[in-house]
Ligand binder design. Structure first.
Ligand code: SF4
Ligand code: SF4
Length: 76
């Protein structure tokens, strides 16, 4: 089974929720416990085990906040 890792450039996020809306696996949510340097609650991966690496989130983000990595066996 392939596994993926999402890295968010959190300070560039404006909390628009496009990535949340376009993820077919409900991997991403807005983290209301965090406020970034722009004053927004940023997006975060809350269900990474469900990620299928489709890249919809990264493609939809207007600010190129999200980078997706495919993990090798044993890699975290
Ligand atoms: S790569 Fe696809 S499945 Fe994974 S978080 Fe992004 S939209 Fe969701
Ligand atoms: S689409 Fe980009 S800017 Fe909008 S909430 Fe997601 S990561 Fe943040």
């Amino acid at each position: 089974m392939r596994r993926f890792k999402l890295v968010f450039n959190e300070n560039k996020c404006k909390g628009c929720e496009l990535c949340v809306a376009f993820c077919p696996k409900n991997v991403i949510a807005i983290d209301e416990t965090v406020t970034n340097g722009k004053g927004y609650h940023p997006a975060a991966a809350v269900n990474i085990d469900a990620c299928v690496g489709c890249c919809s989130c990264a493609r939809m983000c207007p600010d190129c906040v999200i980078t997706i990595y495919q993990l090798e066996e044993g890699e975290e």
